[in-house]
Ligand binder design. Structure first.
Ligand code: DQA
Length: 151
């Protein structure tokens, strides 16, 4: 069975009340519930995690890579600062998609640069909570192609 680890970085635990004009009113638990429903339809085994600590995200990326699972990463502000997350994805050989609720390119210039995007299969941003579903739908055929290539 295809496995996908959805890893959420700092401040995403505040969704629902955090700057709703930018991030919408869905909580992270709401997002997890709708993603689990879609994962069920797609036959994907889903792990869903959040941490405010960069090192937790590094460890979880390594775990996913070792397990051969795909990674959907909303690294929050670490997207724009973290060489460690970039190195974790590259080092673990993880198949990853970067995602964001907001359209980071339509916001402050410091959000326009991502350390993570160059080591990801692609980036999805700007669709609110739907960014998660779109990212899941995007990564599944990539994981299928990879496991087909290995078989
Ligand atoms: C975010 C965008 C980041 O720039 C920001 O720091 C976040 C959330 C998003 O999902 O839109 O924390 O990753």
């Amino acid at each position: 069975m295809i496995a996908v680890h959805v890893l959420n970085g700092p401040n995403l635990n505040l969704l629902g009340t955090r700057e709703p004009q930018t991030y919408g009113s869905a909580t992270l638990a709401d997002i997890e519930a709708s993603l689990r429903a879609r994962a069920g339809e797609l036959g994907v085994d889903l792990v869903f995690r959040q941490s405010n600590h960069e090192g937790d995200l590094v460890t979880w990326i390594q775990e996913a890579g070792k397990a051969g699972a795909g990674v959907l990463l909303n690294a929050g502000a670490y997207t724009h600062t973290s060489v460690a997350l970039r190195d974790a994805i590259a080092g673990a050989g993880a198949l990853a998609v970067e995602l964001h609720l907001s359209n980071v390119h339509a916001r402050e210039s410091f959000r326009h640069h991502s350390f993570i995007a160059p080591v990801c299969a692609g980036v999805i941003c700007g669709f609110g909570a739907r960014s998660y579903t779109l990212a899941l739908e995007a990564i599944v055929p990539l994981l299928q192609a990879r496991s087909g290539a290995k078989a």
